[in-house]
Write a protein that binds this ligand. Structure first.
Ligand code: T4K
Length: 407
């Protein structure tokens, strides 16, 4: 345990960790089950195109999420785009400014204008009143994002979408196994899209699933992910290749089998961080509503630089030098990245909460690849940063011209 500033790696000490600690290090459980399925898949010579594992995965998620239809796709970004196409979205669609860029890009790729709304400081999710103020005659939909797996204001948006005749869909990339009002995320709005990217707590290397209770929509999604084919050699419409392959589904099934174990581990990790950092002045850990189900994947910390005596970026620099690759998701806010930043359409867009969070949020390593002892060490380092905040900030300023530890 380091107790003095001079011991920090950024000032020349040995890094606290021999190997890098990642946010989003893939959970690799069920290796044997995965490899056995790969053998079967090779024997069967059915590698993609709506194969048996893809179907098994879809049925598995339908059961787990209590939703009527699950459509597996290549990744969540394509899934969002396919869904936008299936719903006939055009014009403007409201999305949060504080989200992963894929939420916006998936729409913009289809010529739809993402309109960025601010988020609620307490939940980090779309602010319903701001959304309403942004609606125009060109608005066709609202995309709620369940950031960190915490449901956004589903009921408010359902009422608003109904009243204004808008499509409502959710980017549920973070929210697998989360619930809202006791009901699993996956059956709200017209449809919801989950990511099964390798960095998600349950994954299929790359992958995504779209869930809906609308049978007609599900059939359209299946057609669109398969070039628009509606029969063996008949094409009904413009589609794309958004299919999930069998090897992806084999990994997805292995992951789904062990999902509860990973959630338990995520929760333990989260509680361990919370016990150490939950009451530190200037730090605020994202809280999960204990009446609902959560996957506890994200350990997101807000650093109030004034109260903590040190900025989020300074803490990140210290951690990176120690080989703790904490991430500043979702810096600097979607409206301030390309192509939106340079587009006249977005000139003058100000999202005060998004912009503050983009400066304050730091995600910490969790998942099955991180041990309790490692979490304690990360907490020691963060506490050291807070204890010596002003001195540390001065020391870092002096290093600034020569040190480039964090991006
Ligand atoms: N909507 C939302 C709200 C999302 O958060 C995302 C994805 C999407 C939509 C789109 O979903 P997909 O189209 O991807 O299905 C990661 C993921 O790439 C991205 O999927 C995720 N959100 C986002 C929040 O996080 P990065 O830039 O953090 O990933 P990367 O490559 O830096 O990996 C994170 C850490 O994990 C690194 O330190 C390296 C380590 N790592 C990564 C991979 C892939 C490994 O150790 N092994 C690996 O195989 O974006």
């Amino acid at each position: 345990m380091k107790t003095a500033l001079r011991e920090l790696a950024i000032f020349g000490g040995a890094p606290a960790f021999n190997e890098e600690l990642h946010v989003g290090r893939p959970n690799v459980l069920g290796r044997e089950a995965f490899l056995a399925r790969v053998e079967d898949m090779l024997d069967r010579r059915w590698l993609t195109n709506d194969g048996p594992y893809v179907r098994e995965l879809e049925r598995g998620f339908e059961r787990a999420l209590s939703v009527a239809h699950c459509v597996a796709v290549t990744n969540a970004t394509l899934g969002l785009g396919i869904l936008a196409k299936a719903l006939g979205l055009t014009g403007e669609v409201i999305v949060p400014g504080f989200t992963f860029v894929a939420t916006a890009h998936a729409l913009a790729w289809h010529g739809i204008t993402p309109v960025f709304a601010d988020v609620d400081p307490a939940t980090h999710n779309l602010d319903a009143s701001h959304v309403e103020s942004l609606l125009t005659p060109r608005t066709t939909a609202i995309v709620g994002v369940h950031l960190w797996g915490r449901p956004c204001a589903v009921d408010d948006f359902s009422a608003l979408a109904h009243r204004r005749r808008l499509a409502l869909l959710f980017d549920a990339s973070h929210a697998l196994a989360s619930s809202h009002g006791g009901r699993m995320i996956g059956s709200f709005g017209r449809a919801e899209v989950f990511s099964l990217h390798a960095t998600k707590f349950a994954h299929s290397f790359e992958g995504g699933i779209i869930t809906t209770n609308d049978e007609g929509l599900a059939a359209r999604l299946r057609r669109l992910r398969n070039f628009g084919f509606d029969g063996y050699d008949s094409v009904a419409e413009l589609g794309i290749n958004g299919k999930m392959s069998e090897i992806q589904a084999a990994m997805g099934l292995a992951s789904l089998d062990r999902i509860d174990e990973v959630i338990d581990r995520n929760r333990e990790n989260y509680e361990r961080y919370r016990a150490r950092l939950g009451r530190v002045l200037g730090l605020r850990l994202v809280e999960y509503d204990t009446r609902e189900r959560h996957n506890y994947q994200y350990v997101a910390l807000e650093v109030d630089a004034e109260a903590a005596g040190i900025s989020r970026d300074a803490i990140q620099r210290v951690l990176w030098a120690e080989r703790v690759l904490a991430r500043r998701y979702f810096h600097p806010g979607c409206h301030r990245i390309e192509p939106y930043r340079s587009s006249p359409r977005y000139r003058g867009v100000r999202l005060p909460v998004t912009e503050r969070l983009a400066e304050e949020v730091l995600c910490l390593p969790s998942g099955t690849a991180v041990s309790g002892a490692e979490i304690d060490e990360v907490c020691d380092l963060i506490e050291l940063c807070i204890t010596y905040g002003p001195e540390l900030a001065t020391g870092l300023d002096q290093l600034a011209p020569i040190m480039q530890t964090a991006p």
